[in-house]
Write a protein that binds this ligand. Structure first.
Ligand SMILES: C[S@@+](CC[C@H](N)C(=O)[O-])C[C@H]1O[C@@H](n2cnc3c(N)ncnc32)[C@H](O)[C@@H]1O
Length: 202
């Protein structure tokens, strides 16, 4: 089936995502919990306080809540959250409509889980994203998840051109403590994403 067409919107605005979730067009949605997140949860060091920025349909939020984690899924798209409520069921209190760049009462977090949030942001916002991650992760806490590498002009997803680009964004406040290949990517990200864990240093 051909991709549907949508009115032109900026991915920095909720409208962009509302249109797509309302049309049930979400090719970034894995529809399952990635093995790397399951492994992190199984490692037995459940952080107190976890944020999933740009949680979308929130399958990962549901999973972490089921594991007993104190997780907050945040998204500024009302349509995404409508889809999320159907997914999380009894864990609906874990969801909140809001902008990741606006104040969050529970911050800072022991863990921020990244999946398809950075690559959803236009590249002009990446510096602000890195600064925001340094605010949202507590000292010694972790930013963990999937990072998308690609040299495409048109997005989303907007890919990182190189590891050096991500290092330059995060190195001022984080050190990379894990970097692994991903073997269960969905087609949009296959061969182009890596699992990384970054520890907040300063
Ligand atoms: C590509 S989707 C990924 C959703 C989900 N993380 C997943 O893996 O399926 C990006 C999501 O980020 C949300 N988003 C983008 N910018 C945001 C912002 N500034 N604040 C909150 N949510 C945002 C969008 O509404 C969308 O649901």
């Amino acid at each position: 089936m051909a991709n549907p067409t949508f009115p032109r919107r900026d991915p920095a605005d909720p409208d962009f995502w509302d249109l797509r979730y309302a049309a049930r067009f979400a090719p970034w949605d894995a529809g399952r919990v990635p093995a790397k997140l399951r492994a992190l949860a199984a490692a037995g060091d459940a952080p107190r306080n976890v944020l999933v920025p740009g949680c979308g349909s929130a399958r990962d939020v549901a999973y972490l809540a089921e594991q007993g984690w104190n997780v907050l899924g945040l998204d500024f798209s009302a349509a995404a959250l409508e889809a999320a409520r159907a997914v999380v069921g009894a864990h609906a209190a874990r969801l909140r409509e809001g902008d990741v760049f606006a104040p969050i009462a529970e911050a800072p977090f022991a863990l921020v889980y990244e999946r398809a949030f950075l690559c959803a942001l236009p590249r002009r916002l990446w510096g602000a994203w890195a600064a925001r991650m340094a605010e949202l992760v507590e000292p010694g806490g972790r930013l963990a998840g999937f990072f998308h590498f690609d040299t495409n002009d048109r997005g989303p997803p907007f890919g990182l051109a190189s590891q050096a680009e991500l290092d330059a964004l995060l190195a001022p406040s984080f050190e990379r403590i894990e970097d692994e290949a991903v073997h269960d990517s969905i087609p949009v990200f296959a061969g182009k994403e890596r699992w990384q864990v970054w520890r907040r240093t300063v």
